[in-house]
Design a protein. Structure first.
Ligand code: SF4
Lengths: 199, 477
């Protein structure tokens, strides 16, 4: 995975609340067996409305998306993160995210930035004017050319993975010994759990 | 010194932590992993590309469900019928190839045991109390009805579990949803969970694991508990839990993958310790009075948009916050509803009985009780029943329920997710309404432009008969 230290550029002033992953990428696009090309289906229903923000040329390729509360709720489909990436989005700023989506985002190098509603409203204005916004992971701030500066929290482990482009599977595979020990301990105390589908 | 009182969630969590990193992230062991055709191909592909193995193949069970057609799968001569949609067929082929390559137990599309992952897991005794269960599907929360810590994961996490049998997690906060009193006659688990989501909101449980507590849940069958926990995700919660008890043990005993003999006794002894200690505290607590709950339906495009069937479509001005007012306006527009319309005046052209929320035998019995001796209204164009698994289907047929449905004008289908997400050919046409027993009324969920009203199986059956939303209790008079 690519390391992300900063995401800077125009932002799409979307702002909608409870944007579910069916909206981000409808089910018909999930029949793929690869991760690529999902940008075509991203926000498909919304893009059927003329004048929608995603087809506004001034936001084409903008790396930041601004949204309302509970972004990415609903289905666990990681296709939502892949679709955003395919659109060129590398950070989403919202007052809250669904737990599953924010996990999927980080694993694909997309930064989920949580900011209070007032900050979102201000950033919506700035984005609407086509001005640039910067999300900086080192200082954990979002800044604008107008000297706005909003600090955000990010789980330290997630931040570390994002900034170093770490692959969690590789990290965990280094801990095989600890997993082996856990399984041995478990085999004594709760042996019935080890059988699984072996019947 | 006595140990600090712990919640059920804390106990299961503690028993699965392999180790905790300095930053508080824990490596958590996963006991059970369910896999289906839609969210797994990219995970297997990643394993292949990096030359990684599946650590414990016997702890993963695979079954196709999401985009399988629900029309017959076997021809007159016992031959397997092809899937018309080439992409769906390719996804199924990929799953079959992957389970073969990695040695994972697979329930084939034509097997009697095939069904929706969340119906199959408990039915096979693969899902067990006190275990950690994951699946690349957000309704994995369902298995919490057995007292398991079960939650949905993304495809990268599917790969992580396959390769390491663990996940890197932050501990969740805990939320108690306590229901006092008893449910009125004819009020179902679905009405209860819709009401709860209406109370706490679609994001009310974000960052939390919910434990459902109170006498109502203790009296519930396992099927009802699965319905409740299933929809925890619609309240934003990662998982929902109900403490396992004798009802759960009786349900599991003798199931194919459940422990047997001495193992069974040891398991039950452990499961009996799985409850929240007196004095344990939750980060959040909500109390709901069961007596307040009527048959509940949705009017909008978020599962929090609920209203009792006796109620009316709300006005955006009824909501305190601007964001919700906006959302309500958009929902009403999409749903083509105007404020003040009585819910019982809303016509439906489609009825879907199925999904991992409500496709188990009790759900089908409850719908069939309403439909017996009745037929769907002529204005209802399409009514289908999609059993949750082949075993549910067979049981229903043994009880003659299929005949009741067919005589009422319903189609009787093969098991799968079907019109719950409209990925296979079962879709609600644009601009039409559907009375649905599924779990999501999102924009376009049941097909582009489809308008979904969520409700219980009995209410969906009643809507089929009346041709509009209706209080099932009035129909039965
Ligand atoms: S029935 Fe619906 S909610 Fe359940 S697993 Fe299938 S698609 Fe997901």
């Amino acid at each position: 995975m690519r390391a992300v230290k900063e995401v800077a550029g125009r932002a799409i002033p979307f702002g909608a609340k409870n944007v579910d992953t069916d909206v981000i990428i409808p089910a018909k696009w999930l029949k793929t067996i690869t991760r690529d090309g999902l940008g075509k289906g991203a926000f498909e229903t919304i893009r059927q409305t003329p004048g929608n923000v995603f087809d506004d040329p001034q936001f084409t390729g903008a790396p930041i998306l601004i949204a309302g509360d509970n972004f990415g709720c609903g289905s666990s489909r990681e296709h939502a993160a892949w679709a955003l990436l395919d659109l060129g989005i590398h950070a989403v700023i919202a007052p809250s995210f669904s737990d599953i989506f924010s996990g999927n985002a980080v694993k694909n190098g997309i930064v989920p930035v949580v900011l209070p509603q007032e900050a979102i409203e201000r950033l919506m204005e700035v984005a609407g004017e086509g001005q640039e916004i910067t999300v900086d992971l080192e200082s954990q701030t979002v800044t604008t050319l107008y000297q706005d500066r909003f600090a955000f929290e990010l789980d330290p482990f997630r931040r570390h993975c994002l900034m170093n482009g770490l692959d969690e599977v590789a990290l965990t595979l280094e801990r095989q010994d600890a997993i082996d020990r856990f399984e041995t301990r478990r085999a004594g105390a709760q042996g019935w759990l080890a059988t699984g589908t072996n019947i | 010194m006595a140990s600090r009182p712990r919640t059920l969630y804390q106990k299961i969590w503690d028993d699965h932590v392999v180790e905790t990193r300095e930053d508080g992230t824990a490596l958590v062991y996963i006991d059970r992993h369910l896999v289906h055709e839609v969210t797994s191909p990219q995970a297997f592909e990643a394993l292949q590309l990096s030359g990684r193995e599946v650590r414990r193949p016997e702890l993963t069970l695979a079954v196709p469900d999401h985009n399988l057609p629900t029309t017959p799968r076997v021809g007159a001569d016992g031959e397997r019928l092809p899937i018309a949609d080439p992409q769906s067929a390719a996804q199924l082929d990929a799953l079959e190839r992957n389970v073969r390559d990695f040695g994972i137990r697979y329930i084939d599309a034509t097997a009697a045991e095939q069904g929706i992952v969340h119906v199959v897991g408990p039915e096979q005794g693969f899902s067990l109390p006190g275990s950690t269960i994951v699946c690349g599907d957000s309704h994995t929360a369902c298995h919490g009805g057995l007292g398991a810590l079960a939650f949905g994961i993304g495809t990268s996490e599917v790969e992580h579990v396959l390769a390491t049998q663990t996940l890197l997690l932050q501990q969740s906060k805990t939320m108690e949803v306590r229901v006092e009193g008893v449910l009125g006659p004819g009020i179902t688990a679905k009405d209860l969970i819709l009401h709860i989501i209406g109370q706490i909101g679609a994001a009310g449980g974000t960052g939390h694991v919910i434990e459902y507590r109170g006498p109502v849940f203790e009296k519930m069958s396992v099927e009802e508990r699965l319905t409740v926990c299933n929809m925890s995700i619609e309240a934003g919660a990662r998982a929902g839990l109900i403490a396992p008890d004798e009802t759960v043990f009786a349900y599991l005993q003798g199931r194919p993958m459940a422990p047997q003999g001495a193992d069974w006794d040891a398991a039950v002894a452990y499961w009996r310790t799985l409850n929240t200690d007196p004095g344990a505290t939750f980060d959040k607590s909500v109390t709901i009075d069961a007596a307040d709950i009527a048959p509940t339906v949705t009017w909008g495009t978020s599962p929090e948009d609920v209203v009792p069937i006796s109620g009316a479509v709300p006005s955006p001005d009824d909501f305190p916050h601007e964001a919700k007012q906006d959302a309500a306006r958009k929902s009403l527009d999409y749903m083509a509803l105007s404020p003040g319309t009585a819910m019982t005046d809303i016509p439906v052209e489609n009825v879907f009985i199925g999904s991992c929320t409500n496709s188990r035998i009790e759900d089908l019995r409850s719908a069939a009780r309403v439909l017996k001796g009745r037929t769907k209204a002529p204005s209802v164009r399409w009514a289908i029943v999609v059993p949750g698994s082949g075993l549910v289907k067979r049981q229903a047929e043994d009880e003659g329920l299929d005949e009741v449905f067919k005589q009422a004008g319903f189609e009787w289908r093969e098991p799968g997710c079907s019109a719950c997400l409209g990925m296979n050919p079962d879709k609600v046409p644009p601009g039409e309404r559907c009375a649905s027993t599924s779990n999501r009324n999102f924009v376009g969920r049941q097909g582009p432009g489809a308008r979904t009203h969520l409700m219980s199986p009995a209410m969906a059956a009643a809507a089929a008969v009346a041709g509009h939303l209706v209080d099932v209790r009035e129909l039965s008079e």
